[in-house]
Design a protein. Structure first.
Length: 319
């Protein structure tokens, strides 16, 4: 860490010790004057990035050049991202506007719901930011012991498709709940674990993880998966065709802004989309279903990896 930042924290630490030793009471503020000054000073620093860690409650301080380097490293992979000459969201907004009008014409939504789903007049471009994965072993970092890998999140708040993403998730989430291996949370997992006969000698508890799951879901395969679940769980009140069109637009037109340039995500969905957890869960449920159909049997329930998928629903977003 740069010496000047160390000095700011050190002075604040000394000030707090002096305040505690003199038993001073701060009724309106729980930080000292030096700490206030330190926070104000750090807030003005444009050469550093203060970020939450990907996991845990840690605060990560990075040089801005290192933070940008890691983001550009990921964006340089043409399998997932391509640079744009101009943004797509203006034309995407027109497409969403048309599809929302069709929902109203078909009697699937009310006038008020139509107004809610239509793109806002002042559309906010999506923004990319990354959360440092400092829980990874330092020798495995993007630059060992210096720059940790970042989890890419594309904030969808205020975009042309933000409310539509909520509408899509409204129909996807109930389908996730109906899957035989769905686990809501850790308490639900423990309940299911208690139902397993652990006296069986050849029983093993197994977990697995999918690397970069969100970005590795092929858009065409993902759309086919959602269509499959729509067909296997029919609902006359659900506008299947229009939902699939809205989902396709949201997946294939996921452009965003970063460091003065516009980019397009060309593979998978992004953390930041409201429907992303449900979409990914259904994709894994289809893989699981096909696997056990071919195998001819299935265990009492799948591993706790489902619980991990569900936790992504609490993705932190920045406005």
């Amino acid at each position: 860490m740069e010496q000047s930042i160390r000095d700011v924290f050190w002075e604040a630490k000394l000030d707090r010790k002096q305040a505690l030793s003199s038993h001073r009471c701060f009724s309106s503020c729980n930080i000292t004057g030096a700490e206030k000054s330190a926070l104000s000073s750090l807030k003005k620093r444009s050469d550093w990035v203060f970020n939450k860690a990907d996991k845990g409650n840690n605060i990560v301080i990075q040089k801005r050049c290192d933070y940008i380097w890691e983001s550009v490293r990921q964006l340089s992979n043409p399998a997932y991202y391509v640079k744009l000459d101009e943004p797509l969201y203006p034309s995407t907004a027109l497409c969403i506007h048309r599809l929302v009008n069709e929902l109203k014409t078909g009697g699937f939504i009310t006038e008020r719901e139509m107004q809610f789903l239509r793109p806002p007049e002042c559309i906010k471009p999506r923004q990319l930011y990354t959360l440092p994965k400092i829980h990874k072993a330092p020798e495995e970092w993007s630059i060992p012991f210096r720059i940790p890998p970042g989890r890419p999140i594309i904030s969808d708040i205020g975009s042309e498709s933000y409310n539509v993403a909520k509408f899509i998730d409204h129909f996807l989430k109930p389908l996730v709940f109906q899957q035989p291996s769905f686990i809501k949370d850790s308490f639900h997992f423990l309940e299911k674990l208690n139902l397993v006969n652990n006296n069986t000698p050849n029983t093993f508890l197994v977990t697995c993880d999918v690397v970069s799951m969100y970005t590795n879901i092929d858009n065409s395969d993902g759309l086919k998966t959602v269509s499959h679940f729509f067909q296997s769980h029919p609902d006359p009140k659900r506008p299947d065709s229009l939902l699939l069109q809205l989902l396709e637009v949201s997946l294939k037109n996921n452009d965003f802004f970063f460091n003065g340039e516009f980019w397009l995500q060309v593979s998978g969905t992004a953390m930041g989309k409201v429907f992303a957890p449900s979409y990914a869960n259904l994709f894994m449920a289809k893989i699981e279903k096909d696997f056990f159909n071919e195998l001819g049997s299935r265990p009492p329930f799948m591993s706790a990896s489902w619980m991990t998928f569900s936790s992504f629903g609490m993705t932190r977003e920045r406005a």
